[in-house]
Write a protein that binds this ligand. Structure first.
Ligand SMILES: [Zn+2]
Ligand SMILES: [Zn+2]
Length: 223
């Protein structure tokens, strides 16, 4: 399974950065776009530079309803409406209707943990009490282990990892980790790819220098 960060607050050479997150997951059977960043044109520009054809994407997963993750949705769907779309079930009903009217396939509201496609699962919709932010993360079942892919990790690492643990032991985490300070959660992991909104990157890097990976638009890894 191959992961490529397409949109992030930081960018590698030749790519553009912007506040937001998007990641392409390529498996043997599917090409999944996880989030779209804010600026759809920047998303498509970065895809072109990375030789990613948006028409080859068959599944779009939106982690949560924040501007920096869903801003690029309309631009992307104008290029490729032939996708299944997965959103937390608590998404705005109007937004679900708008997306449904633009796609040729189906929109799924995710409530509980389930398989999305072969070797890709969702934690189901999670919410840290009182925040009102509903978000789901993905679990990637790879040859080298199980990995969690997060958008902003608003529900908090403990809740996310508890939900993910129903799919087995997690060997790594990639994505935005927000202001998470539950550093002990990384202890048994092999890889911490902290990007996007992660507030405490430096602390995590100092604690786990061998496991830490700085991620950015253009970063790619085989798992
Ligand atoms: Zn967010
Ligand atoms: Zn975010």
């Amino acid at each position: 399974m191959k992961l490529t960060i397409v949109y992030d607050n930081d960018a590698g050479e030749g790519l553009k950065c912007g506040w937001g997150f998007a990641c392409l997951i390529e498996t043997e059977s599917n090409n999944i776009l996880f989030d779209t960043g804010w600026d759809g044109h920047l998303l498509l520009e970065n895809m072109e530079k990375l030789a990613i054809d948006p028409q080859n994407i068959d599944t779009l997963v939106l982690s949560h309803q924040h501007w920096d993750h869903i801003g690029g949705v309309t631009t992307f769907l104008n290029i490729n409406p032939d996708v299944d779309v997965y959103v937390p079930s608590g998404f705005s009903p109007r937004l679900k209707k708008e997306i449904t009217s633009r796609i040729k396939r189906k929109l799924y509201g995710v409530a509980s943990p389930q398989e999305i496609c072969d070797k890709i699962y969702t934690t189901g919709e999670l919410e840290k009490k009182g925040t009102g932010i509903k978000e789901h993360s993905l679990i990637l079942e790879c040859d080298s282990g199980n990995y969690v892919l997060t958008g902003c990790a608003h529900p908090g690492l403990l809740l996310i990892l508890e939900a993910a643990s129903s799919f087995g032991k997690m060997d790594g985490i990639i994505g935005g980790l927000h202001d998470s300070q539950e550093y002990g959660s990384f202890k048994d992991m092999q890889l911490i790819g902290a990007g996007h909104c992660t507030s405490h990157k430096d602390v995590i890097r100092k604690m786990y220098p061998e496991k830490f990976r700085k991620i950015f638009a253009g970063y790619s890894i085989e798992l």
